[in-house]
Design a protein around this ligand. Structure first.
Ligand code: ADE
Length: 467
């Protein structure tokens, strides 16, 4: 991802971002920074960029010409997403950071003095964003704040262990407190539960702490959390069928767009999956109107809703059985040489997954997010598995000569154990015609949900066939 920053103080931006994790990502080329001095585009011999405001008032304004010319120079004819950082903007949130992290290039415009002539803002700016309800002397610090928050969501910027996707504002709650050595300091011991080595108790304790802290400090966030908990409770009556919606909510990745009389629409912005559950076939239209228009995918939990989407011109990808693992016990893993894939494994994975390499970008993102695992022998990789960006398990592949030796069972058991460590309920979707995989799920002892689900393309068919 490339950040272009239009500023009067490019050195401040370069130096501010040079150290630490962001600096390392810049060095490695995972992100790029182009700090542009707006003064370089001034036509004035003294490099002046400001003038008095019409109508009077205190202070000076940045003029249209240098700002516009600097913007045009970085865009090079493209219409790049352009953020003006200003106290008059919408609040910068984790969600907005996630949305921006999907851009290949982002322009950030920093104001100074009393601001920038409105006409150039109207022409170039796509997003007006504020980092908080206070006024700073210029846009450079907000630009750096945004670059930091967006960059850490770009795959590869954080290490594998610290996948930002999974953390996601800790499920809409503030984070729990952390402790390190010494065990007692100033007479204050580390909470005893953290010393037990009991993963489940630690996870429960952390959740309690988070809930309590959020209730006290951020009642607004807490109200959102409670709404989700209520829906989770209602869905838990039909857990086996509703597991993707429940997991997306409890992992902090899903937002409730609509819920009424047992109909539910939840959208997961990271994976761009819009999930539609319907209690009454008569409500198809109402539910469809509440859904995100043109997500990447619809995941549909009712046959009538699927039929309605097809009538609206959407194409069906497939009908799947859902399998889930509800036990909390880890599984035995007989094959020992399984570990995280690295980006060097991308050509192998790409050659054995998807068609014509069309999934390469997605696979690279999955590997860099730490979501993919491989089975190796002395010669190298012989198979792999991973989690899709919606949270379901998938991608399973074992090379022909190594099949029938239990490697697929080991790979899936290994992945299930990683999911359990994170407090997730592992689940997967298997197309009805994929008998080998259906067989594997049964062999592993996963539960099959009573009803199938349907994956439907988000764009209507007419859009998909367009160039
Ligand atoms: N420029 C000055 N103050 C700001 C703020 N709070 N957020 C974004 N940009 C700003």
């Amino acid at each position: 991802m490339k950040f272009h920053v239009l500023t009067l103080f490019p050195e401040m931006i370069r130096q501010g971002l040079a150290p630490s994790i962001i600096g390392r990502a810049l060095e490695k080329g995972i992100i790029e920074l182009n700090a542009v001095d707006i003064r370089d585009y001034s036509l004035d011999k003294h490099r002046k960029v400001d003038d008095y405001p019409y109508g009077g008032g205190a202070g000076m304004l940045m003029q249209v010409q240098p700002v516009y010319d600097a913007w045009q120079a970085v865009c090079g004819g493209k219409k790049l997403r352009t953020v003006y950082v200003t106290p008059q903007g919408v609040p910068f949130t984790q969600k907005l950071a996630g949305d921006m992290a999907k851009e290949e290039e982002l322009v950030i415009l920093c104001g100074h003095y009393e601001g920038i002539d409105q006409r150039v803002l109207d022409e170039v700016v796509t997003d007006f964003v504020s980092i908080g309800d206070y006024v700073l002397t210029g846009g450079e610090l907000p630009a750096m704040v945004m670059i930091d928050a967006v960059s850490r969501l770009v795959p590869g910027v954080l290490g594998n262990d610290a996948s930002a996707e999974e953390e996601s504002f800790f499920n809409d709650l503030l984070e729990y407190p952390h402790y390190s050595r010494p065990e007692v300091w100033h007479g204050k011991p580390v909470p005893e539960v953290l010393l037990t080595g009991n993963h489940r108790r630690v996870t429960e304790w952390r959740l309690e702490q988070s809930v309590e802290k959020t209730r006290r400090v951020r009642p607004d966030l807490f109200a959102k959390y409670e709404e989700k908990q209520k829906l989770l409770k209602a869905l838990s009556k039909d857990k086996r069928n509703m597991i993707p919606i429940m997991e997306s909510l409890s992992r902090g990745q899903g937002e409730i767009l609509y819920q009424k009389d047992g109909d539910v629409v939840v959208y997961a912005p990271f994976s761009e999956v819009c999930m539609l559950a319907l209690s009454n076939p008569a409500n198809c239209e109402r539910v469809y109107q509440s859904a995100v228009k043109h997500p990447a995918w619809y995941l549909v939990f009712s046959r009538e809703m699927k039929d309605y989407l097809l009538q609206q011109g959407h194409a069906l990808w497939g009908e799947c059985f859902q399998y889930l693992y509800t036990l909390r016990q880890t599984m035995p893993v007989a094959y020992k040489q399984i570990r995280s894939l690295t980006i060097e494994d991308l050509p192998y994975v790409n050659a054995h997954y998807g068609q014509d390499g069309e999934e390469e970008e997605y696979l690279a993102e999955r590997i860099l997010s730490g979501a993919m695992y491989g089975a190796y022998d002395e010669q190298g990789l012989i198979g792999f598995i991973g989690c899709h960006n919606d949270g379901s398990m998938g991608f399973l592949f074992v090379e022909e000569p190594h099949r029938g030796k239990g490697i697929a069972v080991s790979l899936e058991s290994f992945l299930i154990n990683r999911q359990l460590e994170r407090g997730y309920i592992p689940y997967c979707h298997v197309r009805k015609e994929n008998t080998a995989s259906l067989h594997l799920q049964e062999k592993l002892g996963l539960y099959r949900a009573g009803r199938p689900v349907w994956w439907v393309f988000g764009s209507p068919e007419s859009e998909l066939t367009k160039d």
